[in-house]
Ligand binder design. Structure first.
Ligand code: ATP
Length: 435
């Protein structure tokens, strides 16, 4: 149960860093540290608990507290970080407490027709618990090789891969087989056994692990329910659509209750509707089972819909890595360029303003009254010249090109930046207002 606001110390300032979670839930120094499992009330679903937390956060005084939702072993997550972020600019998930996958200085070369191909060239990556990381990049960048190395389906030439704190590279034999059970893999392409039913495919890893029949059947039923294909239990792969086959492949990868799920191009060759159903299943795996998901994809739509973090690979190197919602505010980010609404150039219209800037607004700021408030506070004439609103996961994100006239135009842009917007570029007038 969450402590009441009265338990928070009046007058103290919100610290920049949350206190450590330490496996329990509490309020301290205006941080509310909460696990979804233990903080829901008796009989309350996680969805209802999420709504209650959000309502409390939205109704609190500005700066009163922040919420950190942390993963709690064996319990479903309360909400996605973006849910909390979207509800209130005052209520932001700052970080996740556990790193599940650590990749350190990973290298991998393959023999090629004209010499060695360096598929991975010193890759470093951390993946936090309960997040979905999208690995993107051009063809041949090393995305699949990275995923295969993380599952130790491919041995790297050098470097370390730690999953749940265990260095996989140093393991062999039974220890490696046990560690691999922590990692579910959805391979690229069609990977189901044709002669087995959907249920039979999902049961395969459980049979290999020697799980007795009754438990196996219960688990298979749970997984088919998770992927929404209970009615297809007795169907053979040839009787399923491409998207249904992929959802069965996800269920099979989750059978042994892994902490990590790797999916290599799970939506390639699927139409947009079918893609959506597969992404929903990956999202449910994270939200309801607390699985950390690494998804290799060409499709920025996958990043847009389900990824918390993104890593961009190029020539075997990570050239960009971070939280999607942070990267969109970065003018130099190639992820931002792919995900934000485009702005058409219109020199004639822009020429009529003292200042022209691109403003990126995330969460509540994107749908709230930030820009109108800037207008009235600073007595400026502020007009939208282009851009628009989009959604990244559940979070609304806006990118607007704005034109401002008035003596206090620069102050208005600075205030927008301080109030939660990222003023990416001042396109006319003095340069350099940025957040
Ligand atoms: N088994 C292999 N033998 C030889 N070369 C390989 C092998 N696997 C990958 N490569 C090479 O390593 C590089 C990276 O390949 P990888 O499949 O990881 O890239 P990718 O980013 O996943 O590409 P795509 O998006 O096209 O699937 C490529 O140049 C590829 O040709």
């Amino acid at each position: 149960m969450l402590p009441s606001r009265a338990a928070e110390r009046p007058g103290s300032t919100t610290p920049q860093q949350p206190p450590p979670h330490g496996g329990r839930c509490f309020s301290q120094d205006r941080w509310r540290i909460t696990c979804p499992g233990c903080c829901s009330r008796a009989g309350e679903s996680s969805t209802t608990a999420a709504a209650r937390f959000r309502a409390v956060a939205a109704n609190s005084a500005p700066g009163a507290f922040r919420v950190l939702v942390v993963p709690s072993a064996g319990t479903p997550f309360l909400s996605r970080p973006s849910d909390v972020h979207a509800t209130s600019v005052r209520c932001r998930v700052q970080s996740w407490s556990e790193i599940v996958i650590t990749v350190e200085n990973l290298t991998k070369t393959f023999p090629g027709s004209t010499g060695q191909v360096r598929a991975l060239d010193g890759v470093n990556l951390d993946v936090a618990a309960g997040t979905v990381l999208g690995v993107v990049g051009p063809s041949g960048a090393g995305k699949s090789t990275l995923a295969r190395c993380v599952a130790l389906l491919e041995r790297p030439d050098s470097g370390a891969i730690r999953v749940d704190g265990t260095d996989l590279v140093s393991l062999g034999g039974p220890a490696l087989r046990a560690a691999r059970r922590q990692i579910g893999v959805v391979p690229q392409g069609d990977s189901l056994l044709r002669q087995r039913t959907a249920a039979g495919n999902v049961a395969l890893p459980l049979e290999s692990a020697g799980v007795p029949g009754p438990q196996r059947r219960t688990r298979v039923a749970e997984l088919l329910d998770l992927v929404g294909l209970t009615d297809k239990a007795g169907s053979y792969p040839d009787q399923l659509s491409g998207g249904q086959r992929q959802r069965i492949a996800v269920a099979r990868a989750l059978a042994a209750s892994p902490s990590v799920l790797l999916a290599d191009e799970p939506t390639s060759a699927l139409d947009p509707d079918t893609t959506g159903s597969v992404l929903t299943v990956l999202d449910r795996a994270r939200a309801e089972l607390g699985v950390t998901v690494l998804v290799v994809t060409h499709d920025m739509g996958v990043v847009r819909k389900i990824c918390d973090d993104v890593a961009v690979l190029e020539d075997g190197r990570v050239v960009e890595h971070g939280k999607v919602l942070d990267l969109v505010a970065d003018a130099a980010s190639r992820t931002a360029a792919s995900l934000l609404p485009a702005v058409d150039q219109n020199p004639a219209a822009e020429g009529a303003y003292d200042r022209v800037a691109d403003v990126v607004l995330v969460g509540f700021a994107a749908v709230g009254a930030l820009l109108p408030e800037a207008t009235s506070r600073f007595g400026v004439d502020l007009n939208l010249l282009g851009g628009g609103l989009t959604r990244l996961g559940e979070t609304p994100v806006a990118r607007f090109r704005v034109g401002l006239n008035g003596e206090r135009a620069d102050s208005a842009l600075e205030w927008i930046a301080e109030a939660g917007g990222a003023v990416r570029r001042t396109l006319a007038g003095p340069q350099g207002v940025a957040a």
